[in-house]
Design a protein around this ligand. Sequence first.
Ligand code: UDP
Ligand code: MG
Length: 138
Amino acid sequence: MERTLAIIKPEIVERGLVGKIISRIEEAGLKITAMKMVRLTKEQAEGFYYVHRGKFFFHELTSYMSSGPVVVMVLEGEKAISRWRLLMGATDPAKAQEGTIRKAFGTDIQRNAVHGSDSSSSASFEISFFFSGMELHA
Ligand code: UDP
Ligand code: MG
């Protein structure tokens, strides 16, 4: 069993499409074991995305991610990290495969609907960034 962190990004919350994303997750057989809605400060978004500090898109990305509430979730299942990445699709919605969430709901390379951890070490960091042990359900 693996755990990964998923985020439903601000434009999806704004557009009222949270339920559609959650349905995709549940239909794929990934179990939601923690979930909440939060509004990040710019500083918190910078801390979450620290690996991208210095990249050309860092300021815009962290401004966007702190522009409105997001829904953060822990997804659990066998190979949850790679399964969630596959379901999300490529970073750029224009290049994402048919049937992926980013293809269906992404606006552009920045406003690409969802986030997912890319490794077990990033999953550990990202889950503990948002959730304490007592918020993680079985
Ligand atoms: N991003 C962007 N422009 C780029 C690359 C990335 O705005 O050229 C944003 C986009 O929202 C992406 C996030 O930065 O989801 C993190 O980038 P990463 O390369 O980690 O992509 P992901 O893991 O989300 O597919
Ligand atoms: Mg990434």
